[in-house]
Design a protein around this ligand. Structure first.
Ligand SMILES: [Fe+2]
Length: 409
């Protein structure tokens, strides 16, 4: 049940699901969040919020507002911790990702608005935002995992572009590229959809599938993006960023648009960005559907989309987000190489994982593969992923190891 109350009635422990103004005017990226502390309430008040909509489960708003209230869980009679015992602060790193992302979204909102009016980008501000993000991710290499929490909003192009920029920068960092190169990846990702500024709102925000005419207009956004970025005086914007903007919807075997180029004919950044672009779009909330889990999206990319995008890039992405398709070879920090054979929960790629150890510590080939069951490997401990060809196996050998019924390509 939802209830709209005055900001003065809002208390820590309540879940806010709506406010009386645009979220962009507040420091919160999402309309759906738990109030952790009085600081959160002060931030809302300082932003001019007067009314908030909260979700009333057990306890309801009135109960939650009583100082001595305790939470009774629906399934148990055992009282949950008193409200005073709830954490009052989030970890600093979470706050940093949130604020960086919020700043990026705000900047992009203004920047795209400016492009619509004058055709010009606030280049210096954009550059410094990307530089700051890359610097942050270099210092906090696992912070990318926190992005998945930041999706609820109604201006999807901005959040999508900001998230894609975070992911592309992290992807480049993971490939041990030098900072200037990571910056170029981030910059190109942030601007890849700038051409949507020339697509009418009724198409961009249509709450349902587009018709043929609308698709035709939408399919022009890579070209529009190229035109906008090409005339920017900044060499990295009119160079790589413009190229990525026009190439990010091309697909393997020329099945993409606008120029029907194959993967070999496009820039490596575009080749990777197209996978990150799809992954971000499917894991984020969109007007016409809700998000899918990282597991489901990786599964989809490997099983249904690997004929259109680069498989090694999917595997690298899987490694980055800690989801490993069946048959993937993982190199761990201690030099072991194992092949993912089965998951406890096969539907969602979760739970314990059965792997075949092919190479032991120091990449020593074992005389016979060893099967073992392990808890989900976290993405941080996997330093590289390979497909069977990179390991030197034939398709038959790989299928034999995997079990024919689990063949993935
Ligand atoms: Fe796009």
């Amino acid at each position: 049940m939802k209830k709209t109350i005055s900001i003065d009635e809002l208390k820590p422990g309540m879940k806010v699901v709506g406010i009386d103004k645009s979220w962009l005017e507040t420091p919160f990226l999402s309309h759906h969040f738990l109030v952790h502390s009085k600081k959160d309430i002060d931030k809302l008040r300082d932003s001019g919020v007067q009314l908030v909509t909260v979700e009333c489960e057990k306890p309801d708003v009135d109960a939650a507002s009583r100082k001595d209230a305790t939470i009774k869980t629906p399934l148990s009679e055992h009282p949950a911790p008193a409200l005073e015992e709830l954490p009052t602060e989030e970890p600093d790193k979470v706050r940093d990702v949130f604020s960086l992302q919020q700043e990026t979204v705000r900047l992009l909102t203004r920047a795209f608005h400016q492009v619509r009016i004058s055709g010009l980008l606030p280049t210096n501000e954009i550059r410094s935002q990307v530089r700051e993000t890359v610097g942050f991710l270099l210092e906090n290499r696992n912070a990318i995992a926190l992005l998945s929490d930041i999706h609820d909003n109604d201006d999807e192009t901005y959040v999508h572009s900001a998230n894609t920029m975070f992911m592309a920068s992290a992807f480049a960092i993971r490939h041990q590229m030098a900072e200037p190169e990571c910056f170029q990846w981030g910059l190109a990702a942030l601007l890849h959809d700038v051409g949507k500024t020339r697509v009418p709102d009724h198409i961009l925000k249509k709450p349902g599938p587009l018709d043929l005419v609308e698709w035709e207009i939408m399919h022009q956004h890579p070209v529009y993006g190229f035109q906008i970025l090409r005339k920017n005086p900044d060499p990295e914007i009119h160079g790589l960023a413009a190229q990525v903007a026009v190439e990010h919807h091309e697909r393997k075997n020329g099945t993409g648009y606008p120029h029907h180029l194959g993967l070999d004919a496009i820039h490596p950044v575009s080749r990777s960005l197209m996978v990150l672009d799809i992954y971000e779009a499917l894991t984020g909330n969109r007007i016409y559907r809700t998000r899918s889990s990282p597991q489901k999206v990786i599964h989809y990319l490997m099983n249904d989309y690997s004929d259109r995008v680069s498989v090694p890039v999917i595997l690298e992405l899987a490694s980055m987000v800690g989801v490993f398709p069946l048959g993937t070879f993982l190199e761990t920090e201690d030099g072991e190489i194992v092949m993912v054979q089965e998951y406890e929960d096969m539907q969602n790629y979760r739970g314990k994982m059965t792997v075949l150890k092919i190479f032991g510590a120091g990449k020593k080939l074992l005389p016979k593969p060893e099967r073992k069951t392990i808890h989900q490997i976290d993405g941080g401990s996997v330093i590289r992923t390979y497909d069977y060809r990179a390991i030197g196996l034939t398709l038959d050998q790989w299928e034999y190891l995997l079990g024919k019924d689990k063949r993935i390509t």
